[in-house]
Design a protein around this ligand. Structure first.
Ligand code: URA
Length: 183
């Protein structure tokens, strides 16, 4: 099977997944989208209302900002891969439960294996704690982290910038670091 076929099969499995109770309340699962050979993968927390409705990642207000940030580092959404730790929306966008994260993480692990990006950008505390451990965002943001097999870059979730204007400045500065590193 080609990586494209492997990813399509995986996403078809995710679309029908019943491993956690969120399948009962979601409209659509949101596996993620982008290039199968992406050099950079962005990982958020969980789909929100718009994403649940359309089955696509980061298409609401946070997504608008993420798209701007990606374009700001000279890339397009099509060139990267965008997904979240959870593939189903938690009711009222509540924080994901550990049991939901544990049930869903194998899908993200498999996406990482298939796409094998050079860099994984972790957007916010849930992505950070799920993939590299319980760091405090205030200390961790703007840093590269070398895991066993992958390099991560840590920044805040774009939703935080919509709530706190000062966080927007911090995220912009983090992405400037990222741009400088990539160029
Ligand atoms: N927030 C996320 O973490 N993921 C999405 O897909 C949308 C908003």
């Amino acid at each position: 099977m080609t990586p494209t076929e492997e990813l399509e099969n995986l996403h078809a499995m995710i679309a029908h997944c019943t491993e956690c109770p969120l399948h009962a309340t979601r409209t659509n699962a949101v596996p993620g989208e982008g290039a199968v050979d992406a050099k950079i993968m962005f990982v958020g927390e969980a789909p929100g209302a718009q994403e649940d409705k359309l089955g696509r990642p980061f298409v609401g207000r946070s997504g608008e900002l993420l798209t701007e940030l990606i374009e700001g580092i000279g890339l397009t959404r099509k060139e990267v891969f965008i997904t979240s730790v959870l593939k189903s929306r938690p009711p009222n966008n509540r924080t994901p439960k550990k049991s939901e994260i544990d049930a869903c993480l194998p899908y993200l692990d498999r996406q990482l294996e298939i796409i094998d990006p050079e860099l994984v950008v972790l957007l916010g505390g849930v992505a950070v704690s799920s993939l590299i451990g319980p760091w405090k965002m205030a200390d961790a943001h703007g840093r590269f982290y070398d895991g066993n097999e992958r390099t991560f870059f840590i920044t805040y979730h774009p939703a935080a910038a919509l709530r706190f204007p000062s966080t927007r400045e911090v995220i912009l500065a983090d992405f400037e670091k990222l741009r400088a590193e990539l160029s």
